[in-house]
Design a protein around this ligand. Sequence first.
Ligand SMILES: C[S@@+](CC[C@H](N)C(=O)[O-])C[C@H]1O[C@@H](n2cnc3c(N)ncnc32)[C@H](O)[C@@H]1O
Length: 233
Amino acid sequence: MRFDDHAHSYDQHAAPQRRFAEALAAFAPFHLGDRVLELGAGTGFLTNALLAQGASVEATDNSPAMVAIGKINAPTAVWSVRNAFTKIPPTPAIASSGLLHWAADPVAVLKDWHDALPKNGRLLLGVPCDPCLYELRDLMGEGPLRWRDETQWLQILSHARFEVKAHGVLESEEIYPSAIDLFRALHGSGVTGALRMSPGTLRALIRDYDRLHPKADGVVATWAWLLVDAVAL
Ligand SMILES: C[S@@+](CC[C@H](N)C(=O)[O-])C[C@H]1O[C@@H](n2cnc3c(N)ncnc32)[C@H](O)[C@@H]1O
């Protein structure tokens, strides 16, 4: 992932992430005056949805470039650079969308988040899950990221001693003019790392994708996000 390098083009290429962040906030709203620490806030999609509910948001991200843009997009949040995968300070509630799947050991990270919360402190979590982008993964093979399904994520939350109050998987079909536009969107949003294939292999992959996943007006990619409202036990 190269979020810091692509922070300037994230908003333009992250339409699904924006919709999932807004759906997450609507799924289990905070209330006027609630204090929330947001982790991996990016450019502020979820931040703005939480602020609109009247929450007081401390928005954090480990990318300085993302934080700089977040300060412009959501100026009433308090922004800072923070690595969410190390110990975090005590907080009454945590919110995060599109971050935890990047952790090498999500149980360990969630245990740290759990320890920062009081008993019954809230965790509002959005995380991409299987079948997200399965069309692409079927063609490319699994990358460095380990994809988990709903059941696996719920087990991880349970191991980290969170009680899930409500959850659901939101799936959407995103249409791109062609597979190359899907690649451009993923690249422009910073989610791709160094290219692991030759230009020829990439061209063949794009041709295969166009052939295998056509839809009126382009090609289709499935996106899926697990939405979780949980409390620390
Ligand atoms: C897919 S973006 C999601 C951003 C935002 N939450 C949204 O919904 O649009 C993932 C974000 O997590 C941040 N990130 C990645 N690893 C992180 C870490 N260890 N600590 C804090 N933020 C991290 C990236 O910089 C990026 O802004």
